[in-house]
Design a protein around this ligand. Structure first.
Ligand SMILES: Cc1cc2nc3c(=O)[nH]c(=O)nc-3n(C[C@H](O)[C@H](O)[C@H](O)COP(=O)(O)O)c2cc1C
Length: 367
């Protein structure tokens, strides 16, 4: 099934392999993509992946999570983003823009006055944040909507709202990060309001035919955090709220119970979040995209055949081998070479992610 076509809303995809959002750290100081980002996307599209989701892009200057992050907060960003979309389309690929705001998970050195649902103290390089005002909430809802308009104008095929990993939407959903007692926090209804309002505002900008989906942190993996029951309840509403699909992830970056699990190999700790996808798939008819530890063809096929998910999403394997989908399809490999040692991030003085694990060595000897 992996190489059968499928759809996300009106978007037709040539196969079911998704490149999960991956912060490439290849933009200049104001967030304009550098040429190496365009090359990265061209290579991924050539490698046969069905859908590329960009690294998270900041919708407002107050939401810049780390240096060299791509921006989508100004119309001045549209031209650079169009170059990305054009490069992917020229290779017959499809591309979705992941839109995000870091909230309290920004670097203090990048954002003067960090904001979050509730005030939060954190040691550097993380930022201490103050509670957002009602006006700021409205401004940011509009920022997500304007970012989605820019993505559409730049020629992207879809928008993914980042609602996972402890960033702003995830902060509103999570009882740990959202301690508000007004209309934006407390009950399930109030904690989900920010997310619902963003989806509605995005829909208003892009129309009902443009594919819009989310990456959802379905649970926080922390006792006082978002529970799986709450996460599944959110999934069950997403279609009515206006989404076309949902990618299932979880965990808050800042608590260390993170979504980027180490030491995964073919047959070892694969499909980390499969039980959560199973729970989600029972709650919705939306296509489920499963990310996290997807490594071998057998496991991917089993997930699809069982109906636990309709699409398979990968991050680190495609940093290591951007042409992995083609290699799997042609039978050159039956599994990713990625060994999940988490050495993808730039070292001192470097720009951009790259694979620094033994996976690259294995790839050089495997073809
Ligand atoms: C270098 C790197 C950058 C990432 N950037 C993002 C991002 O921008 N947005 C996002 O939703 N997840 C991001 N993630 C998480 C991945 O999309 C994915 O959920 C996680 O790595 C698990 O999938 P994997 O086992 O296939 O790597 C990133 C992960 C890595 C390793």
């Amino acid at each position: 099934m992996l190489f059968d076509g499928t759809q996300i809303g009106t978007l037709e995809l040539k196969n079911r392999i998704v490149r999960s959002a991956t912060a490439e750290m290849m933009a200049d100081d104001i967030g304009v993509p550098l040429p190496q980002l365009i090359d990265t996307y061209r290579e991924l599209a050539r490698g046969g992946v069905g859908l590329i989701i960009t690294g998270h892009m900041f919708v407002h200057p107050s939401g810049k999570a780390h240096p060299s992050m791509t921006g989508i907060c100004s119309d001045d960003h549209i031209l650079g983003l169009k170059r990305l979309a054009d490069a992917v389309h020229a290779e017959g690929g499809a591309i979705a823009a992941q839109i995000n705001h870091g909230g309290r998970q920004v670097r203090g050195s990048l954002v003067d006055d960090p904001i979050a649902p509730s005030a939060h103290e954190a040691p550097p390089p993380r930022a201490s944040a103050r509670e957002m005002t009602m006006d700021e909430i409205e401004i940011l809802i509009d920022a997500y909507a304007q970012a989605s308009r820019r993505a559409k104008e730049a020629g992207f095929d879809a928008v993914q709202i980042h609602a996972a990993h402890g960033y702003l939407v995830s902060q509103f959903l999570s009882p740990i990060a959202n301690g508000r007692f007004d209309g934006w926090g407390g009950t399930f209804e109030k904690r989900t309001r920010f997310f619902r309002r963003i989806i509605a505002a995005v829909r208003e900008q892009v129309g009902c035919d443009f594919p819009v989906f989310a990456k959802l942190g379905i649970r926080d993996e922390s006792e006082d955090g978002l529970s799986l029951d709450d996460g599944v309840a959110i999934v069950s509403e997403l279609r009515d709220w206006g989404l076309d699909a949902v990618e299932i992830s979880g965990g808050l970056a800042e608590t260390g119970t993170f979504n980027i699990v180490g030491d995964i190999g073919p047959g070892e700790n694969e499909a980390t979040f499969r039980p959560w996808a199973q729970a989600a798939s029972k709650a919705t008819e939306l296509p489920i995209i499963l990310v996290g530890g997807m490594r071998s063809l057998d496991v991917m096929e089993d997930v699809l055949q069982s109906g636990d998910a309709q699409l398979i999403s990968m991050c680190r394997p495609l940093i290591c081998e951007p042409d992995l989908p083609r290699r799997l399809q042609q039978g050159i490999q039956t599994a990713a070479s990625c060994v999940s040692k988490n050495r993808c991030w730039p070292g001192k003085g470097e720009i951009g992610i790259s694979c620094k694990c033994s996976g690259v060595i294995r790839k050089a000897t495997s073809s």
